[in-house]
Every structure is written in structure tokens, then in C-alpha cells.
Design a protein around this ligand. Structure first.
Ligand SMILES: Nc1ncnc2c1ncn2[C@@H]1O[C@H](COP(=O)(O)OP(=O)(O)O)[C@@H](O)[C@H]1O
Ligand SMILES: [Mg+2]
Length: 220
């Protein structure tokens, strides 16, 4: 029971198929301060698994427990409350508000979550110079860092990130990982990232490869 108090999110017996079965009978726990990386070839179901854990997609079988409640058996309003207050999702396609500046994008997040914009976060993500620019003018890597800042401003307990360093050069990717990992440890949070990059994955506490419909623990 003691062990359970360290678990932030627990997935039990997850199975999901689209045109073909992606995974079956997957169990996974995200503990406080834990960072988890998922590797796997394209099409193996990594993003689908992330969406299921992150409150966005009900699995065909299995449960996702948050505070010992199966989130997909909750009323929509309660599920939304969890998503809004506790979950941060960094998508591959950033969904920034095009036509707005970087600082406007960050302010929208700050207003919705009622959290202040932390200047040191902006500095660490190296977007200070771009604040007044329209996000549509930014490079893919800059947009990616703005999208990470926007999610982190919410101060979510759990962060789910789909290829968060996919558009970044090695040094910036490493800096972004520093920010995400430090945040996770400092806030007793949990981090779940999908990545192709074994070097990035190796910085996480727990690493799995999604292969043959299973999550296989990996040591890098
Ligand atoms: N909403 C959906 N409807 C139908 N097929 C989907 C949907 N989402 C993903 N898929 C399919 O499921 C498979 C796994 O997709 P995905 O989880 O995105 O894999 P990965 O992130 O590992 O590349 C792919 O073949 C993809 O086309
Ligand atoms: Mg994907």
C-alpha cells in the first residue's frame, strides 16, 4: 500500500487496435519523480498509448487509474477537470495559436491555468528573443520550445510529450530534456515521453520499447 502512494498514474491491461492490434495487456505505472521514455518504430502505437494515458483516448480494453479512479469511467466533466488541472500534453504538431505572438500564446495558457509565466522557464527554453514574434514565423524547433513552455506554464503533475525534441539540434534537445527532467523531480511529477532518439531516452529513469504488442524494458 505504501508503494501506491508513490504512483501518479497506473495503466492496467491496456489493449488497443486500429487496422491491426497495436498492443495488448500492457501494464504501466508512472511514479512520482519518474521519467519514462518509449521507443519503437513508426506505426508501433506509441502516440496511441500516449493519448490513452493522457486522458485523450479510451482504450478498447483496460483501465487508466488516477488517484485510484478509472478515468474513463468518470463523467466527461470530471475527466476534463483532470486533463485541465493535472495533465500537460506536448503534441508532435504543436497546435500553437497561429497569428498570435509567442508571448500571446504563453499568456493564453497563463490565463487559462491562472499560473504566472515563469521567466526562468522562458530563459531555459531559449525563447526570450522570440517573445514578440508571430509563432507562424518561427522555425520548427522554436515552435516546439514555445509549445513546451506553454504546457509547462500550467504546472501539470504529469507531462506527456510526443517526440518533444524531434525538431531540435542535439544541444537544444539536451537543454529541453534538462528542463523537463528538473521540473519532474522538483515537483514530484511524472514525465512520459515518446522518442526515436536513444540518447534522449537514456536520460530517463525507465525505458521501454513498444514492440510485438508489448512494452519491453530496455537498458541503454
Ligand atoms: N485515430 C486513428 N484511426 C485509425 N487508425 C489510427 C488512428 N490513430 C492511429 N492509427 C493507426 O495506428 C497505427 C499506430 O499509430 P501511432 O500510435 O501514431 O504510432 P506511432 O506513434 O508509434 O508511430 C498506425 O498504423 C496509425 O495509422
Ligand atoms: Mg507517433
Amino acid at each position: 500500500m505504501e508503494q501506491n502512494s508513490h504512483i501518479l498514474l497506473q495503466a492496467k491491461n491496456l489493449s488497443h487496435s486500429f487496422d491491426y492490434p497495436l498492443f495488448s495487456n500492457v501494464d504501466l505505472s508512472i511514479h512520482k519523480k519518474e521519467s519514462i521514455a518509449i521507443l519503437g518504430v513508426s506505426g508501433s502505437g506509441k502516440s496511441t498509448l500516449l493519448h490513452i494515458l493522457a486522458t485523450l483516448l479510451k482504450p478498447q480494453t483496460g483501465k487508466v487509474l488516477f488517484h485510484n479512479k478509472d478515468i474513463y469511467s468518470l463523467k466527461d466533466k470530471q475527466l476534463l477537470e483532470i486533463r485541465r488541472n493535472h495533465i500537460g500534453i506536448i503534441f508532435q504538431s504543436h497546435y500553437l495559436f497561429k497569428g498570435f505572438s509567442v508571448v500571446e500564446n504563453l499568456k493564453i495558457s497563463s490565463l487559462i491555468s491562472k499560473q504566472k509565466i515563469d521567466k526562468s522557464l522562458i530563459e531555459k527554453l531559449k525563447i526570450t528573443q522570440t517573445l514578440k514574434q508571430n509563432v507562424a514565423e518561427l522555425s520548427g524547433g522554436q515552435q516546439q520550445r514555445v509549445s513546451i513552455a506553454r504546457v509547462m506554464i500550467k504546472k501539470p503533475k504529469l507531462i506527456f510529450a510526443d517526440e518533444p525534441t524531434g525538431n531540435l539540434d542535439k544541444e537544444t534537445a539536451s537543454d529541453v530534456m534538462d528542463v523537463l527532467l528538473e521540473y519532474t523531480k522538483a515537483n514530484n511529477g511524472g514525465l512520459f515521453i515518446v522518442t526515436h532518439d536513444e540518447k534522449i531516452a537514456s536520460r530517463c529513469d525507465t525505458i521501454y520499447r513498444l514492440k510485438d504488442k508489448r512494452l519491453i524494458p530496455v537498458i541503454l
